[in-house]
Design a binder for this molecule. Sequence first.
Ligand SMILES: [Zn+2]
Length: 243
Amino acid sequence: MKIKLNEIKVGERIRKEIGDLEDLQSSMRDLGLMQPIIVDEQNNLIAGYRRYLCAQRQGWDEIEAVKVCPNNKYEKFVMELQENTLHKPLSWVEEVKAMEKEKQLYEETFPEATPKAVAIAACHHKRIPGLKTYVQAKSKLVSRSTKTVITKLTLAKLIKKYPELENEPTMQRALRKYEELTGKRYGTISDALLHRISIYCSKCSRKMQKSKWVYNKEQNVHTANYNCTECTNNIKCIVKGAK
Ligand SMILES: [Zn+2]
């Protein structure tokens, strides 16, 4: 089907570098559009941003398009991402930013799958079978370890704090640069991580209060006691590794 160019809605794009449009433009001028663009039911552009730009520059009124109907924002984003990475891989910066966005949309779409919701359900022995957090789902999908996924999500956060990391050619180099800048080792347990661990009482659902983390050098573990302020429930939490 054909749709009017001025009816197409373009949101924020994953890829920031659109690259050189000359070749595509001359091919579209000479041969027409070889591959339709993809939009959703509301004409939001899902794939074909470069083709859309060329059509606009050439003064086309309308363009050949295929309509798809993603069920939610998360599905729409995944479709866009797949189409985007089909022809040219994303840079590592684009990739980690896309992953962070994907996680946000996943958790908005499946609120029961946030780490917090899963932790609460687990305390109540009400784990939903088959339900995965974003990190678990993503690592299975791309057949990489959860650690790899977590590293990429961490980098998405780190480049906000240290924008100069974006200039590094690879993720590994960015991590080394981060170590240079901060004097910290990446991959060890951060204070932020230990601080974030929340446990909810299995009896009364209240957030449990934590004692200080204590490091045991021989076993290379951090331990803390969590106590419920309402009932007498208490739990010992053990995290492997040093700071
Ligand atoms: Zn309690």
